[in-house]
Design a protein around this ligand. Structure first.
Ligand code: FE2
Length: 363
């Protein structure tokens, strides 16, 4: 089915408890640059919003200034979390109409905002849980981000080595038991996405927990794995997410780099915390992948995981949860041909996650 024509990612917006501090976290800890700010000073009385960029990645963090704000309600329910996966289009109004005609739920119809830099058109549909997709048409807009945002008096850039994050690789959703099929169908029927790959619970399981996952994509840059918990001996990490987030939502953002050793070195220098790698991981990995020419000592020192598929190999690492709740984390990934998601690492990754879950008393 032909889909809504997407130009790629526009931005990911997080609704958080304290946007000023979240912006500092992404700037100091992850090397993002604050490029725009919106708030009461710029005509947005109910919120503070910071726009951060690195490579082709654009993040927006927004916090409420009043208890009646929808951001406050969202934060109370979910903690810090992803509100909007915003996708760039050439015609937001027709993307919205097409989505609704195919069964999407509309959140906000097409709206044009203007300033001296031109016109920006946006329209928003519902996705899983309280998550939304906003279509952003910026062909007639030359400003930094959007009307209502300014680039004066921004916070200074924190010190730290350059990180080198390049773009969004994939964004992962967790949905409830039995809901995977209907969300895959949503992306196929409403957005015109294709299925890239499916992992059954026989492929993704540990002694304690299991999950199923289907990856949908627009055929180009927007890659969305969707996870559903499967029955295991204990509470799966997906179920822990659902219990603490309160509904389906975004579990992790995977950010691409071309030099993961330099990136993770810089991130660790900036104080980012990553999941521990099980002690026997590297002996096992060298057994599986020893023919690859890789800097094994560096990978072991930094805790970077390796996997391969029929197209090549990939290197990846996962942060600890970035907020207080065990919900949202980040992945850093370098692809060398591989198009997969590190299935060979799932077992050791899940064991690391379960060790953290057990420390929280949630296993
Ligand atoms: Fe991932």
């Amino acid at each position: 089915m032909s889909g809504i024509e997407l130009e790629g990612w526009d931005h990911v917006e997080l609704w958080v408890g304290n946007a000023r501090q979240a912006a500092h976290f992404f700037a100091a800890g992850l090397g993002f640059e604050v490029v725009a700010y919106g708030g009461p000073e710029t005509g947005m009385p109910d919120r503070a919003s910071y726009v951060l960029e690195q490579g082709d990645i654009r993040l927006v963090v927004s916090g409420a200034l009043q208890p009646s704000s929808p951001i406050a309600t969202h934060h109370r329910a979910h903690g810090d979390g992803v509100r909007s996966l915003a996708l760039e289009v050439t015609d937001a109004a027709s993307a919205y109409e097409m989505a609704l005609s195919r069964g999407a739920v509309g959140i906000a119809g097409p709206r044009t905002d203007e300033d001296a830099s031109g016109k920006l058109v946006t329209a928003t549909i519902a996705a899983y849980g309280d998550t939304e997709h906003t279509f952003v048409e910026r062909t007639a807009y030359s400003g930094t981000f959007a009307p209502g945002f300014e680039s004066n008096r921004l916070p200074p850039r924190p010190a730290g080595a350059p990180v080198g994050l390049r773009g969004f690789d994939h964004v992962v959703a967790n949905v409830g038991l039995g809901a995977l099929g209907c969300w895959v169908e949503f992306y196929e029927q409403v957005m015109g996405f294709d299925r890239l790959v499916h992992f059954g619970d026989d492929q993704i399981s540990t002694e304690y927990s299991a999950l199923m996952s289907t990856v949908v994509w627009d055929g180009s840059r927007v890659v969305l794995p969707i996870n559903e918990p499967a029955q295991g001996l204990r509470r799966s990490q997906i179920q822990e997410f659902l219990d603490f987030y309160g509904c389906p939502g975004v579990q992790h953002l995977a950010l691409a780099t071309d030099d993961i050793v330099a990136t993770v070195d810089a991130l660790r220098g900036r104080g980012m915390r990553f999941l521990d790698v099980p002690a026997d991981y590297y002996d096992d990995a060298r057994g599986r992948l020893g023919d690859l020419d890789l800097p094994w000592d560096e990978l072991r020192r930094l805790g970077i995981l390796v996997d391969r598929d029929e197209d090549g190999h990939l290197l990846q690492i996962f942060t600890e949860n970035i907020g207080d709740r065990p919900t949202l984390f980040l992945e850093i990934i370098q692809r060398e041909g591989a198009r997969g998601f590190g299935a060979g690492n799932f077992k050791s990754l899940f064991e690391a996650i379960e060790a953290e879950q057990a420390r929280r008393g949630n296993l």
